[in-house]
Design a protein around this ligand. Sequence first.
Ligand code: ATP
Ligand code: MG
Length: 197
Amino acid sequence: MDLAEIYRVNSLSILDVSRLLTRQCCRGRTRELTVSKTLTLPNDRATFALGRWLGQHLAAGTVLLLKGDLGSGKTTLTKGLGEGLGIAEEIDSPTFTLINEYVGDRLPLYHVDLYRLESADTDRLFLESYWEGIEYPPGIVAIEWAERLRYLPPASLEVRLTYQHPEGRKGVLIPGNSAQTRLLEELTPDAILAHEV
Ligand SMILES: Nc1ncnc2c1ncn2[C@@H]1O[C@H](COP(=O)(O)OP(=O)(O)OP(=O)(O)O)[C@@H](O)[C@H]1O
Ligand SMILES: [Mg+2]
């Protein structure tokens, strides 16, 4: 059964919902600052497919802040990201190694997992080396348990994964700059499913 069929059978869809998150009033006017995208991910293949789409489209130097409870799908999304970046190697959670580096056909992937660290210790990883583009070639930096970071990378794309009842996950993507906002406008169910059908 392909992904499109799974969506049909379950009467579920990737909701193409752009939601206004933040408004700021200045001199009586309302300015739209951040537009998020909400997706329903009925199974792990949908989480993987979302990651793959991001891997195919994100710009070099993008930092993905992956947030969500234990088992919410952060590593699954990163595995899809790896496929989208053209990484042949198996992507495993770097829970013990903290950081894994992969070379991809499109871009490198730097996969970080902060689960075992206290917030105060995350400063000592010098993660900025991965997005400054000096020490390491610019790639995609995917950070699991990004809630633990004390200092946020500039213009990062936040992905919040939450459990849905009775199954599946919800993904909320919050862009960190206008290029990401424009990219998320292209994040449609058809686009994500393109490689499944
Ligand atoms: N949309 C989904 N619906 C149902 N199950 C899913 C979905 N996405 C991922 N899963 C499943 O959830 C389980 C946990 O996934 P994963 O290891 O990616 O989570 P995680 O957030 O990285 O966990 P941890 O917090 O331990 O790092 C896996 O069995 C995976 O197949
Ligand atoms: Mg994980």
